[in-house]
Design a protein around this ligand. Sequence first.
Ligand code: F6P
Length: 784
Amino acid sequence: MLLKTVRLQLRFLVPLMVTLVVAAYLAVPVMDQVTLRWFSRDLNSRGLLVANALSDSVGEAMATRGTSRLRPLFDRAVQDERLFAIGLCSTDEKLLERTESFPKTLTCTSAADLARKAETQLPLAGGTVHVGVHDVMGQPPLRAPGAVLINPAPEVIPEDAVAAIHAAASDAQAAAAPVLMGRLVLLHDMSFIERRSQDTRRYLIGLIAALGLVIALITMVVAQLSWRGWVNGVRAIMRGEGLLSPLMPAPELEPFAADLRARLRDMEDEFRRSQGPETEWTAERLKTLLQTQLSGDQVIVVSNREPYIHERGADGIVVKRPASGLVTAVEPVMRACSGTWVAHGSGSADRDVVDSSDRVLVPPGQKDYWLRRVWLTPEEEQGYYYGFANEGMWPLCHVAHVRPVFRESDWEAYRAVNQRFADAVVAEARGEDPVVLVQDYHFALLPAMIREKLPQATILTFWHIPWPNPESFGICPWRREILQGMLGSTILGFHTRYHCKNFIETVDRYLEARIEHEHSTIAFHEKETLVESYPISIEWPGVAEVSSWAPVAVCRQRAVERLGLPTDACIAVGVDRFDYTKGILERLNAVERMLEKWPAWVGRFVFIQVAAPTRSALDEYRSFQERVERVTERINLRYGRPGYQPVHLLAQHHEHGAVMELFRAADVCVVTSLHDGMNLVCKEFVAARDDLQGVLILSRFAGAARELSEALIVNPYHVEETADALNRAATMPAAEQRERMASLRSTVREFSVFRWAGRMLADAGRWRLRSRIEARVRRHQTGP
Ligand code: F6P
């Protein structure tokens, strides 16, 4: 700040100083001339005085032709330090008398000529003299006028004498009838003028310099005060105190101050956003954390869905990525941590590509980690996956008004398959304390099963779906077994604090366990579990991925061409699995209501729903898909016309690249889950929009709504509210979209999936350290 002020002042001071120097340079010669003129006038007056004083004597001497008597008089007169020499000239220009110092070269004629000039200066060897010629009046001589000569002896002019002399001549004349008797030539020493000029010059330069310094000082003080005043003024504005307060309350400036405050805040926000989080979670940071806090221990992930599915096709084996939020989140973590991922091998060609231990290196071509496949019989899959997990636990936890179905046989299958996976984990473990990441509601019993075989293992269970309140959960016939199984975990994670609270209350209701609310821990059978919230996310796209995306305009053009959309259409998209929890029917109803309420949108608003088929073996899912198709048809019949179809239902799986392209083509993304643990679709939409355009409509019942508050948050059960949100999104100004999207992006970028995993693993590291210390303390207490 100080440096800035000094720089600012220098910008003013340097030209000022230059101006002063130039002024001094021009002023000094002018001043010299003026001074010289003043002194010349002064010397003439002095000369006149001397001539007058001498005129009587000179007149008398000339009248008596005894000018030689004047010599002593003249010699006395030149003792005056400023009078250098005197000469007496006759009226016919003859030098009659002179002092010793009178220059031999100076004649009466040349003296008279010089005296007539404006500046009567005569340069001599010793310096310059001023020449003055004065008439001497007196009585006419009795005889013809003669000259009184001043003895010319210029060589006696002292070398060091200051140069200026004043010569004056006076005519000497008799007093009675004054006639011109002669002329006195007076030479005045001018050296004192030079001396005084030098003094004056010094004073002048000193004065200009002092003046410059004073001005500079005043400038600096004024600049300092005004800078401070300005800064204080802005600070006052920022504090909301008004521009000139407290000196003067200025209410008329308040709008300006408010604008300024808002603009400054905008700039600050933009700056912060551009900076990104202070310490961003990255794959590298996660790796380092594993090395340091978990001593590089083996990481084993367990999930039902595998990250890569090998399918047999007409052209051979193809690799597919499933439509799964879980896979989207966990896969980048596994790529960063290496280790082993244990999952159900569900692809038709999965067995063809594994080794003798049922393992294959993935991702294809990169080979970052092992995928260990577990094979299930159709009966096992039916009972464990379709039955207990997806007809029982899924609707139980989502409270989505679909009744859970609990069958004894499904439970048995669920237990058996959990045991199969526990055995696979134990088989994969290279030591006694691996870090095991158990994923989701398919494996509620797995943590306790692994703990039984590997008591030292660090087991992190993450529940990707919501956890209901104790009453809702209470309808599960095997509620106690499920809770006990989950409490085999070291850490139990949910997306939100609300789900953690529901779980703790459920344990409190159905188990004899010690709950420490302050630390969010549950002790059951001498084993403690930390229950914590870890909001899951996506991997923020890197430079390579972003540069592979087509420009937004191109993405839009492709969608328009592929689906035959009106070129100026407002495009809204939804991307989901075909699941009744996703609120697909509710959003279709909202689209229909929007077209009904604002008919101007008919022909200009298009809704594209990507719905990847899922769990189609279940009646509930099949009938849900049929209902969605029926509603789509109804809306298209009602509002469609040749060349325009309001709803496009794309009931097939889309690969990641295709989904990203659709997100970039869209004006609006609609996520209306009736209940969702987190929902990663909305975060992917945000990540795709590096152009800062596009509006997100988000259900308040999705965990993501707690983080993404700049979305248009809706209650999907309220058709009117969702229809209004669609209209608002479709008409939102670009500037507002930019504002909201920039903020959403900075949130998703900061709270990435690496942060999700990093926080869990860091907690696990602390937990392990604490356990080791406790074990050592126990050993000390019990002795050797
Ligand atoms: O939401 C829980 C979840 O496990 C998601 O991670 C995933 O999208 C889905 O359920 C799994 O679906 P599927 O049954 O097809 O594996």
